[in-house]
Design a protein around this ligand. Structure first.
Ligand code: DOR
Length: 422
C-alpha cells in the first residue's frame, strides 16, 4: 500500500507549506520519502494542487428517513466526486438524530456504505422542536462531533444558553442556525426590491442578525465554542468580525450560493434558488467576500440540501428550502474566489480542510507526516459546465446548472485509497 503523488503544488495551511514537491503515502498515512518499488502506485500531479482532504461541515445526508432525497451511500459518493474526504451531517433526519441510537446508526451505515468519513452532528433539542434539551452527553459518547438544530433555530434563549453550558463541558461546538422566526415568519426569499416585484413574502436580514447577536452574547457568557452556520448578511459578518475582535469563541461559515448569487436568482420563481437563509443582495455578497478574505469567515461549507424533483417542482411558496452543493462547491470556490484573487489558494484550502477539522475537533485537515492520507487534488485550469444530470448525488436541485466552472477536483484520496478520479 504505497503511493507517491509526484510533482504537485502542495498546499498545507497547518504548516504553511506552499511548494512543488512529492507526497509519500504508506498504509494510509503521510510518510517520509521512500524509494518506490514495483508495487508503488504513482500519481502524476504536475500542474495540480495537492491539499489536505476537504471536509464539508454542513451536509444533509437525509438518512434515516428521507432516502428518496439522499442516502449515506449517495451523499458520500457526491462528496467524493466533489473533492471531499469527510462530511459532517446535520441531524434533521426522520427520526431526528437526537439520541445515541441514531448517532450509532449513522456511524454504522457510514462504516458500511460511506465513501468518505462521516461526522454526525447531534440535535440540541429533542426532535429539534426547541422545547427541551436532547441527551447531548450520550450522543457525544456515541460519536457526535457537534450539536445543532439546523434547519430550525433554537428560539428559546434560556434553552440555548443551557445547551451552550453543556456543550462547553462536552468540549463540542454548538452550530447555530440563526433565524428569528417572528421576523422570518412565512417568508420565502430575501426581503427587498426583488421580493416586492415577485410578490413573495420576504425574510429580512434582521431575522438572521438578531440571533447572531444573541448567540454571540451567549457564547461570550458561557465560553462555549459557537459556530454560525450559513452566514448570509453584511450585518452578520460585522457582528462576527466584532466578536472575534473581542476574543469570543465564535467561528462562521459561508456557502458558495451565498457568496456567489443574489436574490435575482429567484427571478422566474426558480425553486432551485429557494434556500434558507435566502440568497441576499449585492452588498451582502460583497460583505461575505470581504469576510472570507479577512478571516472573519473561517469555513466554506455547502449546506448540501437535496430534495426530490417532485418536491421542488411546485409553486415557489410550497417548495422546500435547500439546494445541493457537494459537487459544485470546489469549482465555485476556485472560479469565484481564487481566480478572482479574493482568496489565495492556501486560504481557500484552509477554509475547506484545516479550519473545519479544527472546529469539529477531528484529526484531519493537514498533510504533515504521520497524518491520515486524506488528500484532495485539484486541477486549477480544468473547466467544466455544471450539468446536474452528471451528479452522483440524488438531488439535482441546483441553481448553478449551465454555469461554467474553472478549477475542479480531479482525484480524491481517503486513507491512501483513491475514492474518486475524474
Ligand atoms: O435551505 C435549507 N435547507 N436550509 C436549512 O437550514 C435546512 C435545509 C434542509 O434540510 O433542507
Amino acid at each position: 500500500m504505497k503511493l507517491i503523488i509526484k510533482g504537485g503544488r502542495l498546499l498545507d495551511p497547518a504548516s504553511g507549506r506552499d511548494e512543488t514537491t512529492d507526497v509519500y503515502v504508506q498504509d494510509g498515512i503521510i510518510c517520509a520519502r521512500f524509494e518506490p518499488d514495483k508495487s508503488t502506485e504513482i500519481v502524476d500531479a504536475a500542474g495540480k494542487i495537492v491539499a489536505p482532504g476537504f471536509i464539508d461541515m454542513h451536509v444533509h445526508l437525509r438518512e434515516p428517513g428521507y432516502e428518496a432525497k439522499e442516502t449515506i451511500a449517495t451523499g458520500t459518493a457526491a462528496a467524493a466526486r466533489g473533492g471531499y474526504t469527510g462530511v459532517a451531517c446535520m441531524p434533521n433526519t426522520n427520526p431526528v438524530a437526537d439520541n445515541r441510537f441514531i448517532i450509532e446508526f449513522i456511524c454504522k451505515r457510514a462504516a458500511e456504505e460511506g465513501r468518505v468519513n462521516v461526522y454526525p452532528i447531534g440535535a440540541i433539542t429533542r426532535g429539534s422542536r426547541g422545547e427541551e434539551l436532547a441527551e447531548m452527553g450520550d450522543m457525544r459518547d456515541a460519536g457526535a462531533v457537534a450539536f445543532s438544530d439546523d434547519g430550525r433555530p433554537v428560539s428559546d434563549a434560556g434553552l440555548m444558553r443551557r445547551a451552550m453550558q453543556y456543550c462547553k463541558m462536552l468540549d463540542a461546538p454548538v452550530i447555530s442556525h440563526c433565524e428569528d422566526q417572528t421576523l422570518a415568519a412565512g417568508g420565502v426569499m430575501h426581503e427587498g426590491y426583488n421580493s416586492t416585484i415577485l410578490g413573495l413574502k420576504g425574510i429580512p436580514a434582521s431575522a438572521e442578525e438578531v440571533m447572531v447577536a444573541r448567540d454571540i452574547i451567549l457564547a461570550a457568557e458561557t465560553g462555549c465554542p459557537l459556530h454560525i452556520a450559513h452566514i448570509s448578511t453584511a450585518g452578520s459578518v460585522a457582528l462576527v468580525r466584532e466578536a472575534k475582535k473581542q476574543g469570543y469563541p465564535v467561528t462562521a461559515e459561508a456557502t458558495p450560493q451565498h457568496f456567489t448569487l443574489t436574490d435575482r436568482a429567484v427571478t422566474r420563481y426558480n425553486t432551485a434558488a429557494k434556500v434558507n437563509p435566502p440568497l441576499r443582495g449585492e452588498k451582502d455578497v460583497e460583505a461575505l467576500r470581504e469576510g472570507l478574505a479577512d478571516g472573519t469567515i473561517d469555513v466554506i461549507a455547502t449546506d448540501h440540501a437535496p430534495h426530490t424533483f417532485d418536491e421542488k417542482n411546485v409553486e415557489f411558496d410550497l417548495a422546500p428550502f435547500g439546494l445541493v452543493g457537494l459537487e459544485t462547491a470546489v469549482g465555485l470556490v476556485w472560479t469565484e474566489l481564487v481566480h478572482t484573487g479574493i482568496l489565495t489558494p492556501l486560504q481557500a484550502v484552509a477554509k475547506l480542510s484545516q479550519h473545519p477539522a479544527r472546529i469539529l475537533g477531528v484529526d484531519r485537515g493537514t498533510l504533515t507526516e504521520g497524518s491520515a492520507a486524506d488528500i484532495t487534488i485539484i486541477d486549477p485550469v480544468f473547466t467544466q459546465t455544471v450539468d446536474p444530470e452528471q451528479f452522483v448525488g440524488k438531488g439535482k436541485n441546483t441553481p448553478f446548472a449551465g454555469r461554467t466552472l474553472q478549477g475542479l477536483p480531479v482525484i480524491t484520496i481517503r486513507s491512501g485509497l483513491c475514492i474518486y478520479a475524474a
